[in-house]
Every structure is written in C-alpha cells, then in structure tokens.
Design a protein around this ligand. Structure first.
Ligand code: SF4
Length: 372
C-alpha cells in the first residue's frame, strides 16, 4: 500500500483558527502547477509500488478549476501506477460545489469528498470567519450527493466559546441527517500564528470553558454513535465500511509521499517536509530542492510514533507487536508506565491497549507519559 498527498495552498481568506499552510490569493497558481509537475516527475521516481490512496488537501483544492485539477491528475498518472487506487479524496469548501463541478470531480476520478462545513449554525460560522452560511453548507452536501458522490465526509468543530450544549445537539441532529458517510469532528485548538491566538491574547475572545468542552465530546460520541457512525479515531466517525483509507494508512505507518508546499512524506522510516511557503517551494524547484527537512526515525522514534498514532485510534496499540518489533525492554517500559496511570483512562484486553473516553480527552498527556 502507498499513499499520495497533494497540498493545494490556496484559500479565499484565512479562517481565524486555521494554521494549515495556505495563501489568501490565487496569483501563483500557474507556477504552483508547473512546480508540482516538476516535483512529481523528480521525487516520484522513488515510488515503485502501486498507489492505493490519493488525497487532495489544503488549503482549498476546490478553488482550482476542473482544468487545473485535471492537469494535476495527468501529472499523477504520468508518474505513478494508480491502477489499484482504492480511494481518491478531495477536500472542498461548500461555496465551490455546484452540481456541474461535483459531476466533473467524479469524472476526474474522485470517489470521496470531504466538505468543510464546520458548523450548521450561522452565528458560529461567522465567528470562525467561514464564507458560507449553514444553509449553503447543507445545500452543498446535497448537491455533492445528487451529483453522484456516495462517500461524503463533513468536518465539524467543537469546543467553541459561543455554543451551548443545546446548540451543539441541534447541530449534530442536522449533521447526522445529511446524506453523509463520515464525520471528522475536531476540538478547536488554539495554534500560534492564527488570528484566534492573537485575539485571545488581546482578550478579544472568551476562553473556552473546559467542562463545556468535555460535555461536548461526550455528547458528540453518544449522539453520533446512536446515529450509526462508529468511532475509529479520536476525531473520526464513519458508517461501517466508510473509514478514511488514506488517513487510516497514516496511522498504521503505511508509506506516503506528499507534494506541494509544506507537504510531509514518510518512506523507509524517514520523514521529510517540503519547503513551507509557496514562494520558497517555487524558488527551490529551480535546484530540484523540494524537501527542506529530513529526519530518519530511530527505533525509539518509531516506538513513540506507534504509541502516538495507535492510541489515537480506537483499535489502540498491540503489546505483542511492541514486544516483537521493539523488544522486551520497551514492552517493560510501557507496562511500568501504565502502572502509574489511573485505569479509568485505558483498557488492556488480550494485549491490546486503547484509551477510554476519559483517556481520549487527555490523550496528548497520556501518550507523552508512555513515550520512551
Ligand atoms: S480552514 Fe480551510 S478554508 Fe479556512 S483557512 Fe484553513 S484551509 Fe483555508
């Protein structure tokens, strides 16, 4: 198995909470496409296996025209074997999704669409500086469905300061009735270099109450699971058979190659990162210098990553695998650390360790406790 990721670094404007790399203009789309073609031709030579998943993320890939997306698809096909492609996803913003555009996306080969609706409440969408209303978001999901997408994911954000539990329940009710197969529900995190971070520092936004955040997570899990979605990762819920193959492969250390500014890759136990701005990405391409950082993972790094990625999934991590792959000393380290963690936070059955809901709420802390 092998994954490809294409980072399209354009947005119409920056949402206040977002720290994904993107620029709020389209001026460089032509040099971006040319550089992407060069990068795939150059770096893609290292990939000798068929590609199983392809993911267009960003940024906002649906800011590109169908002709531009078609060009990227052509570059992909020129370099990679996609005859065994299982899943081909594009991230989309609701305002870009006309029926005709969705039909053409399907013709290009996309069989999954991830729509960033974020909320079904207008007040919250305005605060997040989203460009669409709740009705526009809902209509976009229906248009994608009616155009022929049978695998639709939506993004939601919780842990927001304006929202009561009652409002959150209303939003989940609306969301769960949409013709969707997957929900990614993310807790709002305040990252440096975001407008939200600066607003909080200036006390222009109230801080989110921790109890509210916890209540929202419990409600999310209970509500979504009653609606037939199963949780397979802390932030991800799917109808049976509709988990994201691409992201699930990340969490299982399946190799992937990312293209475009700020994209990451993981191959042969080495992580690399591309130039993290569009200007630098285009400039460096003249010297065929696309990746700017590279880190070979040691055995301990690989163990830490296995813990970090595995404990975010509901499947968890296998003690047997740790023993067999990393040796008895790391197995002993893990078991000793677990003795110091209250058992309300985890379950250990048949050598499979996973987090309870209480544990998921403090997952970062627990995962770091188990690191070597
Ligand atoms: S959340 Fe999406 S649309 Fe908003 S700035 Fe980030 S990448 Fe762009």
């Amino acid at each position: 198995m092998f994954g490809l990721y294409v980072h399209v670094p354009f947005c119409r404007r920056k949402c206040i909470y977002c720290n994904f790399y993107s620029v709020a203009h389209l001026a460089s789309r032509i040099p971006f496409l040319a550089t992407l073609q060069e990068e795939m031709a150059f770096r893609g030579q290292a990939v000798t296996v068929p590609v199983s998943t392809l993911y267009f993320g960003g940024g906002t890939p649906t800011l590109l025209s169908i002709e531009e997306l078609e060009k990227i698809m052509t570059y992909v096909k020129q370099v990679f074997d996609i005859s065994a492609l299982e899943e081909c996803t594009i991230e989309a913003n609701p305002e870009d999704l006309t029926t005709g555009y969705c039909q053409q996306l399907i013709s290009l080969g996309f069989n999954r669409i991830s729509i960033g609706i974020q909320s079904t409440n207008d007040l919250i969408l305005q605060h997040l500086r989203r460009r669409h209303t709740a009705k526009e978001a809902i209509d976009a999901v229906y248009r994608a469905y009616e155009a022929g997408f049978s695998n639709i994911s939506i993004d939601l954000i919780y842990g927001l300061w304006e929202r009561s539990l009652h409002m959150w329940k209303d939003e989940l009710t609306v969301a769960s009735r949409l013709p969707i197969t997957h929900i990614s529900a993310y807790a709002l995190t305040v990252e440096e270099n975001t407008c939200l971070y600066r607003q909080l520092k200036k006390k222009q936004q109230p801080v989110v109450d921790e109890h509210q955040f916890v209540s929202e997570y419990y409600l999310l899990k209970e509500f979504i699971q009653k609606a037939g979605f199963f949780q397979y990762e802390i932030s991800n819920f799917a109808l049976p058979g509709y988990h994201s193959r691409h992201n699930s492969n990340y969490w299982q250390h399946i190799p992937y190659m990312g293209f475009g500014p700020s994209a990451h890759s993981f191959m042969k136990n080495t992580r690399t990162q591309n130039a993290n701005t569009l200007d630098l990405y285009i400039k460096n391409a003249k010297n065929k210098c696309f990746t700017v950082e590279s880190e070979s993972l040691t055995e301990h790094d690989m163990y830490n990553e296995y813990i970090m990625l595995g404990l975010r999934t509901t499947r968890g991590v296998s003690i047997k695998k740790i023993r067999e792959q990393f040796g008895t000393s790391l197995e002993t380290h893990l078991i000793n650390e677990l003795y110091n963690i209250q058992n309300q936070y985890y379950t250990l059955n048949n050598e499979q360790l996973s987090l309870t809901t209480d544990g998921q709420l403090v997952s970062d802390y627990l995962i770091h406790r188990l690191f070597i």
